[in-house]
Structures are given as C-alpha cells and as structure tokens.
Design a protein around this ligand. Sequence first.
Ligand code: ZN
Length: 472
Amino acid sequence: MKKLKMFVFLSGAVSMLLLFQACAFTTGTDEKAGESSSPKYVFLLIGDGMGQNSVKLARAFGKLNMDAMPVKGELKTNNVLNKTTDSAAAATALACGVKTVNGALGMDKDGKAVESSAALAEKAGYKVGLLTSVTINHATPAAFYAHVMKRAEYAKILSQAYGAKYDLIMGYGVSGVKESAAAGDAEKAGLAVFYKNQDAFFALNAILKPTVVFKPFGYEMDRPKTDDSSKALSDAVELLSVEQPTVAAQAPGYTPVRDAVRPLNEYASKAIALLYKDNPKGFFMMVEGGKIDVGAHANNTYAMVTELLEFDQVVARALEFYQKHPNDTLIVVTADHDTGGLMIPEKLPAGFAAKIAENNTKFNGKKFSFQNDETMQSVQEKLAKQGIANLTAAEKESFEKILKSNSKNKRTALNQNALRIADTRLGVIWKTKGHTAQNVFLFAIGKGAEQFSGVRPNSDVGRIMKGFYEKK
Ligand SMILES: [Zn+2]
C-alpha cells in the first residue's frame, strides 16, 4: 500500500513536469492530440522481415486480419547510418524510439542505454508480456529489455531478460545458452520457469511472479559444411533450430527431431488471458512473428507465407480482445524490415496460392525430390514430370552449376533451385537473401491509433509508445 502511494505521487509529479514541457515546446505536431490519454492495453505485433510484398502475396491465401485495421501507414526502416537495418537496430527503434547502429539492442549509436516502451510500462505499473516464435534472447524481443551493443551476446542478454522482471517472457527456445542452464539461471533469479512442461503453463490461472516460458529445441541442423549457402542465409537459418513444424519441416537442410508444438497464436491467447486477469491497470504486450524472416532469408515463398499467416492469427487474437475493450485498446501491427526484396506480379494469376503451396510440396523434399546422383538428363526428366519443361538457357545453367559442384548435398541445392524456378515462373522473384531498405507497412486500430498514420521513421513507434507511459 505504501509503495502504491509513493508511486502515485511520483507519477503525478512526472506528469506535471511533462505537461509543463509540452506547453513550453508546443509546435503543433500531430502527436500532441493523443497525449491526453493513453491506451490501457497496448499490443505491438512485429512481423520480422515482413516486407510489403510479403503481405501482398499473403493476401492471395485469404483475408488478412491485419487488413481489418483502419489506420494504415508505412515505416522507414533505415538505421542511424542511413543503411539497411538489421533486426537489432530496427527493434531498438520500435522499442526504444531511437535509431541506432546494426547489432545494438536498447543502446543508441554512442553506446548509451535507452529505455524501451516495455520497461517504462513496467515502471508505470502495467503488466508486460513479450512473446516470440524465435528465441527469447533474439534481437526483436531483446530490444524490449536488454542493453548491449552486440546482439550475439546471448548470455548477457538472457540475464538481462531475467533481470527485467516482466510478467511474461515467452519464446521458442533460447540462443547461445544451454536450455537447462538457462532454466536454472531463471529459477535462481526468482522467476517461474516453464521449459519442458508446456502443458503446465497452459494450465496456469494466474501469473504469481515474473515468468519465463521457452520450449525445448525441436529441430536439428542438417547443414553440410560444403553447402554454398550465403552468409546471410546461414545467419538466418540458425533460427530454424526452434520448433515450428509447419515451416521447419519444410525448410531446406533441416531435420525435425520432435513434433507436436502449439502455434504462436495459442501462446498469444494464453498470454493475453494471463496479463488481463486481475489487472485493473492494463498491459503492454509485444509479439514477434520471428520466422517470417527465416522463410524470406531462405527465399522460400511458402515458408515465409506460412509464418506470415500464423503471425496474422496473433493479430486475430488481439482483435478479439480489442472487440471486448474497444475504448481501452491499441493494436499496432508492423515489421522491422523487408527481407528478400520479393517481387510479385501486379495481378496474381488464378489459383496462385494453391500453386505456391504445390511448388513447395514438389520441390521441398516431401513427395518429389532430387537425389545426390542426378544427371542433367534425369533432372530434366523429373522437372518435366512436375510441369517444368523447356528450361531456358539460364535455368539449365543454374542446374549444371550444381551438378558440377563438389557439394555432398546436391539434393538440397537441386530442390531449392527447382523451387526457385517454379516460383519464378509464377512471377515470384526474390532479389536477395538479405534485408532491403524498403519501407514496411503499419496497421493500427483503437485508442491513439491515428498517431501512427502516414509515412514515418520506425523510431516513431517507440517514441509514441514510450509517451504513453512517460507522462503517467
Ligand atoms: Zn533477418
């Protein structure tokens, strides 16, 4: 009780101060209107690597929930050096409201720690939940609690996750630290840990203390050293060592070792229920669809879209909550950057979605696959059987290059190449295996949503959201 009183006093003083500052520096900019009232429930939903054309392509697979949101905008994603961003710099902009250098999390370009919207929400008495379909100490979630200059400092990032004392930190594994050790450290830090028994987490009725949930890794890498995959791809495929059968089972070069896993939106649903319960103050929740990026880095159209559609199911769960609390809820859906520079035709051909799915089935090692001992003739015969006849000179050359290589895993390369050609023939072309500097979409609904309209720097998301909590 004592603590609560003190807090109220402090927050009153801070808001007076901010009010004074606002008066002193009034410039008539658009964010002033929303400053009078903050949403009680905030959802920030981030599709990692979810470029504009990825969203456009996903629309061919069905109505997207994110399209139901009335406020549309775009974010400029360049980092502080005006270069193409990585997920760390972009997440820092979205979380902390500052543009920074690639690799930095919760730090500005000079190495000065910057607080995130989540941290301010926690200090202001809101419950905070973070959820990702990649590892809990990966770049996007980490920007909401960590302060490091190098995103690969996984052990340090993880200890900062536990130190944040957020109500819920949830993800599909941990990076760079043995899971059993990560679980032990969390327990030592006083957190409730759900690691092996996910059902126990789903049976929870209330959050009693800061809680961390991560799932044991379910996938093993099967990447031969001789594989000629690019650096960007090899960086990204690390993420596939986490569970998600729909994608990982189809991803090139990976072998599922366990299955049975709940989709991201079920975790989101459970997190929403737990954060809402017995909580008159409100909550801040960030959810990352982390493997849209993985599919895009691999230039695997179907994997990318599968992950995007699953992420969109999280949007559906947030919208269901919004419908129950329309006056108190804000949902912002966006991406950290484009990955892959995907190009798609202006008008998608009839049956497009089914054809993309079919290409994936044919050439991703399930029903139809090339073997390591193919010849150009056998390749052409197999392709013709799958509807790819009359190879162009360039297409033929791309297969010949693989056949002539020393790779011990020609099978994977041949399948990937066939898949690329099949998608290209539908007008789907990936320009890079890395990130691009293209703008990303932003969709918003609810209290204060209008503040996010228009074309803005990505750091505006962090800046505006921090404003919800700074003045309390
Ligand atoms: Zn990426």
